[in-house]
Design a protein around this ligand. Structure first.
Ligand SMILES: Cc1cc2nc3c(=O)[nH]c(=O)nc-3n(C[C@H](O)[C@H](O)[C@H](O)COP(=O)(O)OP(=O)(O)OC[C@H]3O[C@@H](n4cnc5c(N)ncnc54)[C@H](O)[C@@H]3O)c2cc1C
Length: 291
């Protein structure tokens, strides 16, 4: 099988790209469910899909398994994620070689999250920041196209938005070809962020990360963890939907649809959907965007 196309080439077409994020399931039953989801989502022809890398333990090997499945069975362009967390440099080099040997030509290079309530601790001889992983991958396999994470509302650990932006610029200067953002619900945050990025000389595509809400509780948990703000209007709509799961999903899709329409109209290079391994919202959003 020939290697994947680097995503940077897809962005170069100037057409807005649609990408979807999967996470590796814990067991084989979950893998089968993911297969069904992927089969349904093939209809909307995502430009690429990404597969997250677990915070540790069990699901890490499944990132490789699921990435291969999505490419080999569904012919998606796949971007496996890789994090520094828990890995020495030698391990990361070996993982990078495996990714390259398997024919993947796109990687999302991340630091990884610390365990809840603790500070991030690198493995002995392991990288402390994503930039070190970007440099390692760039040096070892320069033909791999690298994505990195960006934070429209600042990374929770960063002392200021300015310092965080400086760190993002360092990742891009070290070779990242594009930025995918943390989820956000208020587009003004994204527009201000891209303006600040451009002013700082970050000129690669900045892809907005969109999560269609499935429940108020879930989204309150996510936003508390990642520091994204929840607009009052969205909260009131979700509260009005109460326990009616279908209505909540409808509100979530409607909100995401408005976000995406505005983002594309204002020149975003595409959108990345945090679909949580579910097909419905991805399909509904794609249908809602047809002219
Ligand atoms: C699109 C996307 C995908 C993700 N996928 C995954 C995944 O698959 N698996 C997973 O575990 N997590 C994932 N995450 C979460 C991510 O791992 C966390 O947000 C993590 O806390 C930071 O990762 P980073 O790559 O942005 O780290 P970094 O870029 O290293 O930034 C982390 C913090 O360190 C600061 N910093 C950066 N460089 C320096 C420096 N040189 N000196 C001092 N401070 C510095 C930054 O300002 C920031 O506050 C994802 C996040 C996003 C937005």
């Amino acid at each position: 099988m020939s290697p994947d196309r680097p995503i940077s080439e897809l962005f170069a077409s100037g057409r807005p790209l649609r990408s979807l994020e999967f996470f590796p399931p814990k067991d084989e039953a979950g893998v089968e469910a993911l297969r069904q989801t992927a089969a349904a989502l093939r209809r909307i022809a995502p430009d690429f899909v990404s597969v997250t890398y677990g915070a540790g333990g069990g699901t890490r090997d499944r990132t490789a398994q699921v990435s291969a499945l999505l490419r080999d069975e569904f012919h998606f362009t796949v971007m496996p994620h890789l994090t520094c967390a828990g890995h020495s440099r030698a391990e990361l080099a070996e993982l990078a070689d495996g990714i390259h040997a398997a024919g993947f030509r796109n990687v999302m290079a991340l630091r990884g999250d610390p365990p809840k309530g603790a500070e991030f601790q690198p493995a002995s001889d392991g990288p402390r920041h994503a930039i070190e992983l970007v440099s390692l991958l760039q040096e070892r396999h320069p033909e791999i196209c690298l994505g990195v994470a960006g934070y429209p509302e600042k990374h929770p650990e960063a002392p200021s938005a300015e310092v965080d932006l400086l760190h993002l610029k360092q990742k891009v200067d070290a070779g990242a070809a594009f930025v995918t953002t943390q989820l956000f619900f208020d587009n003004d945050c994204f527009h201000r962020f891209t303006d600040r990025c451009r002013a700082a000389g970050i000129n690669v595509p900045i892809v907005p990360g969109i999560m269609p809400v499935l429940s108020l509780k879930q989204i309150q948990r996510f936003t508390t963890l990642c520091g994204a703000s929840l607009p009052g209007t969205l909260v009131r709509r979700l509260e009005a939907a109460g326990d009616h799961a279908d209505t909540v999903e409808h509100v979530g899709i409607d909100w995401a649809l408005s976000q995406i329409r505005d983002l594309l109209a204002r020149g975003a290079p595409g959108y990345h959907l945090y679909i949580l391994n579910r097909a419905r919202s991805g399909l509904a959003l794609a249908a809602g965007l047809v002219d």
